[in-house]
Design a protein around this ligand. Structure first.
Ligand code: THU
Length: 147
């Protein structure tokens, strides 16, 4: 799937955003390494902190269905009810969730402020010096070697 098509899927996913508090609607389209496509929207809550971002909705849907390797995600966001007109970059928590499942060297984060204005970043550039599963594996190995 090309980037413009992935952005269109994110724009469609945004239609489902549940945003009675912020009125800021976000959509995400996550591409599995196997070509599978996972949509996500932000889902807010009267208690505020349980709010889930669009990106994490997409990741959690995919992982809960058995897909846990990914190649790209498209993200769009802005005032609910209006067409997108600004860039919407993923929050820090969502970048960390990406770090859990994606290779920082190759995973592409595709942002768009219209269907045709698109910028692509690598996860390693949006989350430099990230902490990931391998860091715990290295520590566990050192602990085992010391025994
Ligand atoms: N939000 C996302 O869904 N993704 C982002 O990358 C940024 C923020 C949501 C969370 C909340 O529902 C609303 O946007 C305002 O922060």
């Amino acid at each position: 799937m090309d980037k413009q098509a992935l952005v269109k899927e994110a724009i469609a996913a945004r239609e489902k955003a549940y945003t009675p508090y912020s009125h800021f609607a976000v959509g995400a389209a996550l591409l599995g390494a196997d070509g599978s496509l996972w949509h996500g929207c932000n889902i807010e809550n009267a208690s505020y902190t349980p709010t889930n971002c669009a990106e994490r909705t997409a990741f959690f849907k995919a992982v809960s269905e058995g897909c846990n390797t990914f190649s790209a995600i498209a993200i769009v966001g802005g005032a609910a009810g209006l067409p997108i007109s600004d860039w919407c970059a993923p929050c820090g928590v969502c970048r960390q969730v990406m770090r859990e499942f994606c290779d920082p060297e190759t995973f592409e984060i595709v942002l768009a402020c219209s269907e045709s204005e698109i910028k692509t970043y690598l996860l390693k550039d949006l989350l430099p010096l990230g902490f990931g599963p391998q860091d715990l594996e290295v520590a566990a190995q050192k602990e085992a070697n010391a025994q």
